[in-house]
Design a protein around this ligand. Structure first.
Ligand SMILES: [Zn+2]
Length: 150
């Protein structure tokens, strides 16, 4: 899961705001709990404040009973990376975007292997869909493959 490799660049500053030790991983349960509690983000500098608001807005808005431990944040993050790639960003540009937008550090090499793994999963979905005569699903998988691979 690519989300487990995402780290907050300013984890120590968040830690000071929260008042207890936090893991660096942005999607670690303890981090998600802390970020989604009522933190006083006004005490952060402007850039970090905006990054945290965007992080909450993009990944922590769901109606699940056990949010933020429901798996939605990790899934939304994985989906956002695929969408960025489908919109034409390469793995290095995606890393730059995540850092600027959310203050998240991710190695471009990890992003690249996530994108490659995703293509392999889609290829399996396409092939099985063909065997099962699910033409629409096969076509959709094929379309995503071509967008990710271009
Ligand atoms: Zn959820």
């Amino acid at each position: 899961m690519i989300a487990t490799k995402a780290r907050f660049r300013h984890a120590r500053r968040l830690e000071r705001l929260v008042g207890y030790r936090l893991p660096d991983q942005a999607f670690h349960g303890a981090t998600l709990e802390a970020v989604s509690s009522r933190l006083d983000y006004e005490h952060l500098d402007h850039t970090l404040h905006d990054q945290m608001i965007r992080f909450i807005h993009s990944f922590l808005k769901c109606r699940c009973k056990d949010t933020p431990m429901c798996g939605c944040p990790e899934r939304k993050f994985g989906r956002e990376i695929l969408e960025l790639r489908e919109n034409g960003l390469d793995h290095r540009q995606i890393a730059g975007y995540l850092l600027e937008e959310y203050g998240i550090d991710l190695y471009p090499a990890d992003l690249l292997s996530y994108l490659e793994d995703s293509v392999h999963v889609l290829e399996a979905i396409r092939d099985i869909s063909c065997l099962k005569n699910r033409a629409n699903l096969a076509a959709s998988a094929a379309e995503h493959i071509s967008l990710l691979e271009r």
